[in-house]
Design a protein around this ligand. Structure first.
Ligand code: ADP
Length: 845
């Protein structure tokens, strides 16, 4: 190609007008073109031509604002760069365009335009001689112009200095180093200006500098500025221990901004993607994961690099690696346990529940003394809304740990715990790993909520997976199917909650220490409401005690007439409803309800009073009815005991204690017993036992059939019904109630309307102990019962009851059915020892 008078570019050149940067001789730039003229140029000239000449085009910077660009030709910049299109790639997405890779050859100026369509063709004059790019440095600049020589030397020195500051292991830097010595010095301003960080405007200045001297002068300040910038960066790098980051920023933001990796076409191909994976790789190394996990990740990363982005597996692998980076492999919070502070915190957060709080403190104290304790997992068992979750949260706070709740209710697929294998799009890690990602430390408190509601299905047994999670022998290498590498769970503090232990899988129950959290009494609920709930609800609704006042009376009314629960969850909700209603009133700012109920001053005043409500708004009984509607629960016990054949029992359910009505009626028939109301087998047996015992003792107790015969069952059918049929009832503890109910039916006497009872019976008329005494008695107390009949061997359980409940109730301690009947009927029962006296065994504890 070289000849005496150098290489000539064609005198007629098609021109590419571009907004995308400035091409300088000696550099290679990628241009994306989509304007009609440029598209024509590519399709008609570059893609059709066959000679080398046909690949040479002129690149002219289009200085017009791209937004304003119209079809008519802008006045052209006077100087451009002729270049060889070394690569043309077409694409239709997102719109038709070509990407051209062009290497700049030399400057030219436009002499005249020959045609404007389909693309611009111009008569041009070559400005640089092309040989200068071909001849080595030694034959370059002569000493003719001493000034220029000095300048170019200075420039060379600066370029060497810049290189000295860069990381030679980056290929583009190494290439630059080689080129620096082999290129003629006159080409340096162009080459360097296109490589270092310069704006298009600056590049344009270099392009427009036609004399060499001017070109050096224009480019030198850009080069020195880059050196200064780097020096600054390196200073901060020395201060920061994290070298990697600085290197990254030097590469990314500094010397070689993306597009300008021009020395080598191969380098050009290292696009964002490559950068991304490199960043990901650095992150993986920094995630401090165990060796084995890192190995898996690097293998996945290697696969990722080879994958086209459009492949679904790309996103899958990418997500996986992102998760691996995010997981807290060795990040933890420091435990800060001070038992005294813990006690205060637990006391401040929770009223009552002393037994539970004491046990929790013991647990924490032991943990403090023996940090590596592989102790049992605490499991709080009790009705909803008694503060199980809330205590769990307090434990996390006292330890200074993160808290995360994992709801297990209804989970019946083991991949919920252990994750899905990464074989299909949409596979996910399980809840444990997800939780760890959320809290971002490896020693949180995990509350496994409702372990008693774990299901079982074809997809495997989640309880088995949970066992692995909880087992201290295994959980240091818990393997989630999605992660497919072990994660150490041994630092996690697990706490479980359940409504009942009955449905917790035995193997799981075996690992846990069960702490019962019984329901609250009416008084405890009032205290809880006034110490905690009202305060919280006011805050949540943006109210202050100066705006809303709920007297204790009202709270009591809410508890007895609008809620029937062992915990305080609906109470909390009702209080929330009151806050909302009051917030609306205050926001409206001017109305007092028609009844005037919301104002303490004029509760009975009627009429249209348009004054702002008095502060604080007091919620009295009238206001309560106005806001919550008519009472949901009335005291129903006494009302229902108006016929013979009805008795009140006490039942225990996972939701707390309940009062349970038993109704019986008889009709002519053949001695059959019908039972209704969703009863379990044990309950049915109790009914048969009761009937047998009553028949055997009919004479003693003067029991008769409908026509007064001595066998109560003769010519008679009995129907025994347990209302509230939607709930399955089972267990032996209704025995005494059934006996009492039938004794009432057979004798025609009314059972006392304020008595409730519980106890198992035997064929011989003994009363055996039953469980859940505290919850049952509390339920009786809630329902307004005055006397409770209990098995003798349950007497010891009464100490667990709050003093005020014990004071309010009369307890009849029954060793046999005699005692029961005697206590259940006014004035005793005929035939029993106490017929004519007050019940002897009644005690007031
Ligand atoms: P659970 O987990 O037992 O169903 P929660 O912990 O969710 O119940 O409690 C429901 C609400 O009642 C929470 O707002 C909680 O703070 C409050 N609460 C329950 N028991 C108490 C208590 N003894 N003292 C103060 N607040 C309580």
């Amino acid at each position: 190609m070289a000849s005496g008078d150098g290489i000539q570019i064609p005198s007629r050149l098609p021109l590419l007008l571009t907004h995308e940067g400035v091409l300088l001789p000696g550099s290679t730039v990628r241009f994306s073109v989509d304007s009609p003229r440029n598209m024509q140029l590519v399709s008609q000239r570059l893609l059709k031509g066959t000679s080398l000449k046909s690949t040479i085009i002129g690149v002219i910077p289009n200085t017009r604002d791209p937004e304003q660009d119209t079809d008519d030709l802008p006045s052209l910049h006077k100087i451009g760069t002729a270049g060889i299109a070394v690569q043309v790639v077409g694409s239709n997405w997102p719109k038709p365009h070509y990407t051209l890779l062009i290497t700049g050859l030399c400057r030219f100026s436009v002499t005249s335009l020959l045609k404007e369509r389909p693309f611009v063709l111009a008569e041009v004059e070559q400005l640089d001689k092309l040989e200068q790019y071909m001849t080595p440095a030694s034959e370059g600049v002569t000493a003719e112009d001493v000034e220029l020589g000095k300048l170019s030397h200075k420039f060379y020195q600066a370029a060497v200095q810049l290189l000295g500051m860069l990381d030679m292991s980056v290929p583009v830097v190494a290439k630059f180093r080689r080129l620096l010595d082999s290129l003629p010095r006159e080409t340096l301003p162009d080459v360097v200006a296109s490589m270092i960080r310069t704006s298009n405007k600056e590049k344009l200045q270099v392009l427009d500098a036609l004399s060499l001297e001017e070109r050096f002068k224009k480019a030198l300040p850009m080069l020195t500025r880059q050196i200064e910038g780097l020096k600054l960066l390196q200073k901060t790098r020395k201060k920061s221990p994290d070298n990697e980051k600085t290197v990254l920023s030097v590469r990314k933001g500094g010397v070689f901004p993306g597009r300008q990796f021009n020395l080598d076409e191969d380098e050009e191909d290292e696009d964002d993607d490559g950068d991304d994976t490199a960043a990901l790789e650095r992150k993986l190394h920094r995630a401090k994961m165990p060796e084995a996990a890192l190995k898996v990740c690097l293998k996945e990363l290697k696969r990722l690099k080879k994958m086209p982005q459009s492949m679904p597996e790309f996103a899958l692998t990418r997500n996986y690696l992102d998760l691996m980076v995010e997981l807290p492999w060795s990040k933890s919070t420091k435990d800060c346990l001070d038992i005294r502070a813990a006690r205060t915190l637990l006391d401040n957060d929770h009223y009552a529940m002393d037994k539970l709080k004491r046990r929790v403190l013991e647990y924490l104290a032991v943990r403090q003394l023996k940090t590596l304790l592989k102790g049992p997992i605490l499991c709080f068992v009790g009705p909803p809304g008694v503060g199980k979750t809330s205590v769990g949260r307090s434990i996390a706070r006292t330890l200074g740990r993160e808290f995360h709740r994992i709801a297990l209710g209804g989970v019946c697929d083991q991949s919920d715990i252990r994750g899905h294998r990464r074989t299909y799009v949409g596979s996910m890690p399980g809840r444990i790993i997800n939780g760890l990602k959320t809290v971002a430390v490896n020693n949180p408190v995990f509350l496994l909520d409702e372990v008693d509601k774990l299901g079982k299905s074809l997809q495997g047994d989640p309880a088995a997976a949970l066992l692995e999670v909880l087992d201290p022998e295994q959980n240091h290498s818990f393997t989630d199917h999605y992660l497919n590498v072990a994660f150490d769970l041994s630092q996690v503090l697990f706490i479980a909650t359940a409504n009942t232990t009955a449905t917790i899988p035995p193997a799981l129950l075996d690992r846990m220490e069960v702490l019962q959290v019984p329901g609250y009494t009416q008084e405890e609920k009032v205290e809880i409401a006034h110490r905690h709930l009202i305060q919280n609800q006011l805050e949540q609704h943006g109210l202050t005690p100066q705006q809303l006042h709920i007297p204790q009376d009202t709270t009591q009314n809410i508890i007895s007439s609008y809620t029937r629960e062992a915990g305080v969850r609906s109470l909390e909700r009702k209080l929330g409803a009151i806050c909302r209603a009051v917030a609306v009133k205050i926001a409206e700012g001017h109305t007092v309800t028609k009844t005037g109920a919301l104002s303490p001053e004029n509760p009975a005043q009627l009429g249209d009073i348009a004054a702002p409500p008095e502060m604080p708004i007091m919620i009295d009984h009238v206001a309560l009815k106005d806001i919550l509607g008519p009472p949901l629960f009335e005291m129903e016990v006494s009302e229902r005991l108006t016929l013979p054949g009805v008795a009140v029992g006490l039942a225990w359910t996972p939701l707390g204690g309940e009062i349970l009505f038993v109704e019986a009626s008889r009709m002519e028939g053949e001695g059959q017993l019908t039972l209704t109301g969703q009863l379990g087998d044990v309950m049915k047996e109790s009914a048969h036992l009761a009937i047998s015992w009553l028949r055997a003792n009919a004479k003693t107790y003067h029991l008769t059939n409908m026509v007064g015969g001595p066998d109560p069952m003769e010519g008679t059918d009995i129907h025994l019904h347990f209302p509230a049929g939607a709930v399955t009832k089972d267990g032996p503890s209704a025995g005494v109630t059934i006996v009492t109910c039938l004794a009432s039916l057979f004798s025609g006497r009314l059972v006392r309307s304020d008595v409730a009872m519980t106890g198992e019976i035997t064929l011989r008329g003994l009363v055996l102990p039953v469980g859940g005494i505290k919850d049952k008695v509390l339920a009786a107390h809630r329902a307004g019962v005055k006397r409770v009949i209990l098995p003798k061997r349950n007497e010891k359980d009464l100490v667990e009851l709050p003093a005020n409940v014990r004071a309010d109730l009369d307890f009849v301690i029954a060793a046999n059915l005699d005692d029961v009947l005697n206590g259940a009927f006014d004035g005793g029962f005929p035939g029993t020892a106490g017929t004519h006296t007050q019940p002897q065994l009644s005690s007031k504890l």
